[in-house]
Design a protein. Structure first.
Length: 304
């Protein structure tokens, strides 16, 4: 039993570390994405690369990592809960519903993503508010101050959950498809070309794992497919989260209103999919690093 208890903890740590490595790799792109998605008035006339160059000039190189502290505090439990819940849900679905194969991956991935989002949503809210600030116009002094301000000024606890609906609706296909694609590619790859793509796991020679570069590739493909499907909902979530900070907040109160508003104001390419190219650049390495780190941590912590 002791080994099993520690299994939870080890699984939690593996997921958390995977999440943190993935997010730190792409933190500058995340900051730029938030500035562009919600049309920050300092940078709204710029594209992705010009914004990447403009932020350090205006706010110093650390400006690219603004909100990253809050991000780490959120992403460790987020990654941990997501990967751990995925393994648990997969077992439960197999055992109680008798569904296995690819479908249970899709279901377990969606449920794991939703669980992780709901548990860590207030931290995401705070991070977005911090990342949207530009030097010299600070409304929030730091993480704790932002928590207090949102709580007192925006209707108590419910203030932290603005935009939860599009997040959950977007998260289901996003997490579902990324776990599904990764798991499917992994099982097909190991079944079809075990010698070319696989190697024995370090902690259990009977278990085959993907070679690191193949892992990165599969994680990247998984990220790209999942992103494309759920991106407009991501834009919607950011708009709703920034509600009180943006000038047009009264038009973005519900998910459907926000989707309509962004579509009418900016159209599909410049509105619903604004910042998508950046999201590929950001999401593909991020998913690749997350899955690869998790697979390595699983070996390191003897989870196979």
């Amino acid at each position: 039993a002791a080994r099993r208890d520690f299994y939870w903890l080890r699984s939690f740590i593996a997921g958390g570390v995977a999440g943190c490595c993935a997010k730190t790799t792409t933190a500058p792109l995340d900051r730029v994405k938030i500035l562009l998605q919600a049309h920050n008035h300092h940078y709204k006339h710029l594209g992705v690369f010009s914004t990447l160059c403009a932020v350090p000039k205006k706010e110093g190189y650390l400006g690219l990592y603004k909100g990253n502290g809050a991000m780490m505090i959120r992403i460790f439990p987020y990654g941990a809960i997501q990967f751990m819940a995925f393994d648990q849900y997969k077992k439960v679905i197999k055992k109680h519903l008798g569904i296995s194969g690819h479908v249970h991956r899709l279901m377990a991935g969606s449920m794991a993503g939703i669980t992780a989002v709901i548990c860590t949503y207030p931290l995401d809210m705070v991070r977005v508010r911090l990342a949207f600030q530009v030097k010299g116009e600070h409304k929030y002094m730091g993480i704790i101050h932002a928590f207090k301000m949102i709580y007192t000024k925006e209707g108590g606890f419910s203030g932290f959950y603005r935009g939860l609906m599009p997040t959950v609706v977007g998260m289901a296909p996003y997490a579902g498809f990324s776990f599904f694609t990764f798991g499917t590619l992994k099982s097909i790859g190991l079944a079809q070309a075990p010698n070319l793509l696989g190697r024995p796991s370090l902690d259990n020679p009977d278990v085959l794992v993907l070679k690191t570069h193949v892992n990165l590739l599969c994680g990247g493909i998984a990220g790209a497919i999942a992103q494309t499907i759920s991106y407009p909902l991501d834009v919607t979530r950011r708009r709703m989260q920034l509600g009180a900070v943006l000038p047009d907040s009264e038009k973005c109160l519900t998910m459907v209103q926000t989707l309509k508003y962004v579509y009418q104001q900016h159209g599909v390419r410049r509105g619903l999919y604004r910042g998508l190219s950046l999201n590929y650049i950001r999401c593909i390495p991020s998913q690749a690093v997350a899955f690869t780190t998790y697979e390595l941590m699983k070996q390191f912590l003897h989870l196979n």
